[in-house]
Design a protein around this ligand. Structure first.
Ligand code: SF4
Ligand code: SF4
Length: 330
């Protein structure tokens, strides 16, 4: 007589049952998400890539596969975008002033922040390694009115830091971070609020508590500073940390976010580091025209049907697939 345990094992290994489970999950997930996909007349989050140049070679980032031209966004194009965004203050929740690069390499960063704030953009945001965050740079961005800054800080000593953030210096960056908080206090400002982010990997995951211990004395929780623990992803198809399962999900980016590269091209998201999935050009069209245009319409139709085969980055992306995180080599 077949035992209960064996029966359960058989059920677990049955291809038909597995397919049924995936089908059920897919249906449930997509019914829930379809209901939440509301298209507004303008994106609620916009990323404006001030530069795609970078002074680091982080291991989890496919910089070596980054083949598009590197440069900085023309200030006049930036101004045009900021002005347009300012008309949709009721929709736009956050404007990233960075994308695939180190934003502090841009000499015009403070000027861009000030322009965005003068236009009335409510929430400006950057993500940086802080490797170039000198006291002078800190003053500039604080006084320009930056609202939020995430600092990616992936180590607790020279070794663990350099295993991940190749090309940067642990002690220099730590000094920059400490000086930033002192500078903000000295100026008497509460902006930008800071998110300190850690990425546990094989070499540093045992040091997560050290990360909090080293950095906690620096932050001011009362102004909103906090910590974030990040998880590795595949950067589109740039890396292979995460094993990919079936396509089961609708990616919500085309209902929420537009990424504008430094040359003005609009793409679907940040993991598209080579700008392969272009949906428009802000040199010739407005953000609103692109967002409501035929290319975006087609993307939304395809995504709703889970049809990603014509999107070279999406079809390999963790956002739309069942994922299995490996236990090693992260
Ligand atoms: S993750 Fe950011 S800082 Fe690191 S190499 Fe990539 S673009 Fe540069
Ligand atoms: S599926 Fe992935 S690559 Fe495609 S738009 Fe969404 S996040 Fe970007």
């Amino acid at each position: 007589m077949i035992q209960k345990k064996e029966l359960l094992n058989e059920m677990k290994n049955s291809k038909a049952l597995k397919s049924l489970a995936v089908f059920g999950k897919k249906r449930f997930y997509n019914i829930y998400h379809r209901a939440r996909l509301i298209k507004t007349e303008f994106p609620s989050e916009i990323w404006i890539e001030n530069t795609n140049c970078c002074n680091a070679s982080c291991v989890m980032c496919p910089r070596e596969k980054h083949t598009r031209a590197q440069g900085f966004m023309d200030f006049s194009l930036f101004e045009k975008l900021a002005k347009e965004i300012s008309h949709f203050g009721n929709i736009v929740k956050r404007v990233h002033l960075h994308n695939y690069g180190e934003p502090l390499l841009d000499r015009d960063l403070a000027r861009r922040i000030r322009t965005a704030k003068d236009c009335g953009i409510k929430h400006t945001y950057i993500v940086t390694t802080a490797s170039l965050l000198t006291v002078a740079k800190s003053k500039e961005i604080i006084e320009a009115g930056l609202d939020e800054m995430k600092i990616s800080f992936y180590g607790t000593d020279q070794k663990t830091y350099n295993d991940t953030m190749v090309g940067l210096d642990f002690y220099k960056t730590l000094t920059n971070v400490a000086d930033f908080f002192k500078t903000r206090k000295k100026i008497g400002k509460k902006n930008p609020r800071v998110v300190l982010q850690y990425l546990p990997t094989d070499s540093n995951k045992s040091k997560t508590e050290d990360f909090f211990r080293i950095l906690k004395p620096l932050i001011e929780e009362e102004v909103g500073d906090c910590f974030n623990i990040f998880e590795l992803h595949n950067y589109g198809s740039g890396r292979s940390y995460v094993k990919l399962g079936d396509i089961t999900r609708i990616c919500h980016f085309p209902w929420r976010t537009m990424v504008i590269l430094h040359d003005g091209k609009a793409v679907l998201c940040s993991p598209d580091y080579n700008g392969l999935q272009v949906v428009g050009d802000t040199n010739t069209n407005t953000i609103k025209e692109i967002w409501n245009g035929n290319k975006y319409k087609k993307v939304r139709q395809d995504f709703k049907k889970l049809e990603y085969q014509n999107y070279s980055v999406c079809k390999e992306c963790t956002a739309v697939r069942e994922t299995m995180y490996p236990k090693i080599n992260r």
